[in-house]
Design a protein around this ligand. Structure first.
Ligand SMILES: [Zn+2]
Length: 48
């Protein structure tokens, strides 16, 4: 099951903005993404 973990102190790997966001983990392919309110898209996190 894919999971979303909300955080109010997260740093986006793309725009490096500190703020609220959500980490989304996709169990099907073990990838992790960050839902950034500044980029307004999912940013894939490498090396997870
Ligand atoms: Zn961002």
């Amino acid at each position: 099951m894919d999971t979303v973990e909300l955080s109010d102190r997260a740093v986006c790997p793309a725009c490096t903005q500190l703020g609220a966001g959500g980490y989304v983990s996709f169990e099907s392919d073990l990838r992790l993404a960050f839902a950034c309110p500044s980029c307004r898209k999912l940013v894939w996190i490498d090396g997870a």
